[in-house]
Design a protein around this ligand. Sequence first.
Ligand SMILES: Cc1cc2nc3c(=O)[nH]c(=O)nc-3n(C[C@H](O)[C@H](O)[C@H](O)COP(=O)(O)O)c2cc1C
Length: 193
Amino acid sequence: MRVVAFSGSARKDGNTARMVREVFTELDKAGVETELVQLAGKEIRGCQACYLCKKNKDQRCSVTDDIVNECIEKMLGADAILLASPTYFADVSTEIKALIDRAGMVSRMNDDMLRRKLGAAISVARRGGSIHAFDSLNHFFLIGQMIVVGSSYWNIGFGGDKGEVEKDEEAMSVMRTLGINIAWLLEQIHGSS
Ligand SMILES: Cc1cc2nc3c(=O)[nH]c(=O)nc-3n(C[C@H](O)[C@H](O)[C@H](O)COP(=O)(O)O)c2cc1C
């Protein structure tokens, strides 16, 4: 079993990545393979609305000179996909929105190719707007026939400076429960990893 997570922060190894890693601690214990892809510093652009994905139906984006097709391949190879974002102006980061628009459109134009994979959203904010960002991330899963996994609270954390979210003990606990629930559901669906 394999879980891939995308952190949309423009800051590498910040609070968003920290939250994902807390989910991974439980997945690791359950023997689930994990990978964190950090979009920080990588080339990624928005959808150019060429609709070539509708014509080509080859599970790829027609824009080939950035990281998106690599991300799509990782999504296709995973049993569960995590989308994690810092809150920027009460919404998701530009980087993760570009991934949502492009991978989401390719999936739609290819018979919902990510259907029945598990999905979970995570967002972090210094103070406000994380629920809106969390909701934005969930739109990706819920339009594509994916199965959204929950935890003991919404998957949000508070922290401004790098690493500060670690002090949000409830968020860390919610992340661990999310990992336990993903591992449990993967086992129910696919048998032991
Ligand atoms: C462009 C920008 C916009 C931000 N907007 C918000 C916001 O609307 N609400 C908030 O609470 N924090 C906001 N923040 C703070 C980040 O959400 C916060 O520092 C978060 O922990 C960053 O995650 P990271 O460490 O993974 O980069 C903003 C930060 C940046 C750079």
